[in-house]
Design a protein around this ligand. Sequence first.
Ligand SMILES: Nc1ncnc2c1ncn2[C@@H]1O[C@H](COP(=O)(O)OP(=O)(O)O)[C@@H](O)[C@H]1O
Ligand SMILES: [Mg+2]
Length: 390
Amino acid sequence: MKIGILSRESKLYSTRRLREAALKGGHQVRVFDTLKFGLYLREGEPDVTYGGKPITHYDAMIPRIGTSITFFGTSVVRQFEQMGSYCLNTADSIVASRDKLSSMQALSRQDVGIAETAFVRNQKDILQAIQEMGGAPVIIKLLSGTQGVGVILAETNKVAEAIIETLSSVRQNVLVQKFVSESKGRDIRAFVVGDRVVAAMRRTASGQEFRSNVHRGGKTEVVRLDEAYERTAVRAAQILNLKVAGVDMLEGSDGPVIMEVNSSPGLEGIEGATGLDIAGEIIQFTEEQVKFGNFNVRERLSLTKGYTVTEFTVWPGASIIGQTIESSGLRDADIVVLRLNRNGQHIANPRKDRVVMEGDSLLCYGSQLALSHYLPERLTKKKRRRLKKI
Ligand SMILES: Nc1ncnc2c1ncn2[C@@H]1O[C@H](COP(=O)(O)OP(=O)(O)O)[C@@H](O)[C@H]1O
Ligand SMILES: [Mg+2]
């Protein structure tokens, strides 16, 4: 297989390790400096040049896109997706995870613990947001900081207000976040590859520092993760559609609290702490996935006129409750149930003798007209909450 690695620096530890692992796996591998590409768009023929010259087809691309070149870097990744190279992390998923607000938005509707966060700009809202986070101390974050830069612990409400106002006045978007003090300057980095946590470490901030980033002097140690932490990390990566992710979680009093999800997590800290061959895991996963390609199901399925994918919860009193999938009439109405979610448990391709229950969530593909008969009326907030409890 021909593997390309997109990285500004071939000497960086992570890049070097990935290259080594690819060679060890018997692959051809080349490290490309992301900024040396030219992207060309022509009908039916997306193409790139590298250093002004054409390159041959690559089966897979492993993007390592630094925060300073997100726009150009993800454009390069998107171009390779169009050219049929399998990209380990797609451009869209990298963009979404890089913005701390957008990733928290995506996570917030799901059943994973996240740090309570507010995004406000008017003075009145700033005060309210600080109150909502339980008052000072609160955390203030720049939307796209990294390595701990742009993360501030405000000790009093007055200071918090002043910081937010100052940053807003220089056109910086800031988040207000609940300070998870019980984590005591420690956090967990879970390294996810595919549907699995392949390694995890705990980072502990040094001295008076509350930020545990390794770049801020945080110390690392290996941990065995509780199941809740493992599940949360994998779920977060899945929700953000990241195949490789570094999921950072605080140790909250009620369990894992996601702080951020990194799409180009570094290998040095985690391989150093655990002694595991994570680069090897990434290459092996790439080998397994490459034939499936990057596939956007919704986009493909919607290409058939009048058909769509949707997911709905079986509301109390729905006619299909107690029926099997076969007797429910769904299939006769040209609707296929792709997946059933019951109490957080996913059942792929449920069989026709599976009985539908109240509160089940059905992911379906079918004609919009037929589906619209099965969809519940728009739920009120109260009803939705009740359904969630079922
Ligand atoms: N809400 C919070 N409560 C407690 N500590 C936090 C919180 N948010 C961040 N931290 C600490 O600050 C560090 C950096 O925050 P993070 O959001 O990961 O930003 P960065 O992208 O700069 O790493 C975290 O690793 C953690 O130690
Ligand atoms: Mg971080």
